[in-house]
Design a protein around this ligand. Sequence first.
Ligand code: ATP
Length: 388
Amino acid sequence: MDDTVSSQVRSETDLVKMNLELQELRAQQLDLKVRNENLQKEVNQLRRENAQLKRMPLFVASVVEVMGDGEVYLRQQGNNQEYLTTVNEELQKTLKPGTKVAVNNALSVVKIIGSVFDARVRVMELEASPDVTFEQIGGLRQEIEEVREAVEYPLTRPEVFRRLGVEPPKGILLHGPPGTGKTLIAKAVAHQARATFIRMSGSELVHKFIGEGAQLVRELFQLARERAPSIIFIDEIDAIASMRTHDGTSGSAEVQRTLMQLLAEMDGFDNRGDIRIMAATNRLDMLDLAILRPGRFDRVLRIPLPDEGARREILKIHTRSMKVGEVDLEDLVKGTESGTGADLQAICREAGMNAVRRGADAVEQQDFTAALAKVRSEPSLRDDRMYR
Ligand code: ATP
C-alpha cells in the first residue's frame, strides 16, 4: 500500500514538472515566433534594398583572382581599376579568373554575367586541321622546309629528336612584308601535322580586349593543351611585344602584363611537347628583344617578297580553278615586281570579276591588264579580308 502511495506522489510530481517544462517550451515557442517575425521583416527589407540596388546602373568587371576568405580581386572594365571585394561563400565557389560580373556602386558583386570564354572565342580562330596544303603556296621552298623542321617534325617524328638528343626550337618567328604567306605557311604546316591550328591576333588582343590580355594568353595555352597536338600562331606579335610598350604611355602596363604572361607560358613549356608556337610580324625592328632570347622565339625566319619564279607559281595557283583564255602570264609576272602573294591573289580575283561583268566565257588578257591597274591604284584591294 505504501508503495502505491509513493508511486502516486512521484507521478504527480512528474506531472507538475512536465507541466512546467511545457510552459517553458510554450514561452520559448512564442519567443521564437516573435524572432522569426522580426527576421522575416529584415529579409523583406533586404530584398527591397537588393531590388533597389539591382535597379541602379551596374559596372562590369572581370575576376582576376579568387583569394581566400571570400575575397575576390576584380578589375573593372573600361577604366581598368582594380580592387578587392568580398563575396559570400556560395558566390565564391562559382567565380573563376576571367568570370565577368556586374558590380554596384558599392563595388559589391551583384550577379554573374558570363565567363571570358566568349571573348576567347572572338579573339581566337580555331581550326581542327586547316585545309591549306603546301601545293597552295608559291615559292618559299627553303622557308617552308625550315618551318617544317622546327614545327612539324617535332610533332610528327618526336622519336627522331629524342634519339638524337636534339632540342627543337621552342618558337619560330616569321617576319616580312604583309601578304607574303606567313599565315598560309603556318596553316599548311598544321594541316600536314594534323594539328589544331589556333590563331590569335596580337593587335586585336591589345585593342579589343583591354584588361583581359594576360588572361586570354593563359586561355590560349590552355586551349592548345586541351586540343593538342596543336600549333599556336600569334599574328602581329609586335602589338604585344613591341619596345614601345616600355614608354609608360597609357595601356602600356596592361600590354606589358600580356607580354609577361606570354613569356611565362613559353618558359614553362616543354620543347618536345605536342604544342608548337609560331608568331608573325611585319615589324621585326620594333620587337622587344626579350621575346627573341634562347628558349623563346629562337628561330627567326624572313619571308621575302616573291621573286619572278615564285610570282609565276602564285599566279598559276590562283588561276588554277578559273577558266582562262589566251593569257600571257609572263607579262603579269614581269609587271608585278615587288608585289606580294596577296597582291597577286587580288589581281586574279579582280580579273575574274571583270570577266563576270563582261559576261565572257573565259578570263582574258584584258581582264588581267585592267585588274593589275586597279590593284596597283587601290592598295586596299590587296587585303583579302575585305572579301571574307
Ligand atoms: P599579314 O602579315 O598581313 O598577316 P601574311 O604574310 O600572313 O600577311 P597571308 O595571310 O598568308 O599573308 O596571305 C594572304 C593571302 O595572300 C593568302 O590567303 C594567299 O591567298 C595569298 N598568298 C600570299 N602569299 C602566297 C604564296 N606564297 N602563295 C600563294 N598565295 C599566297
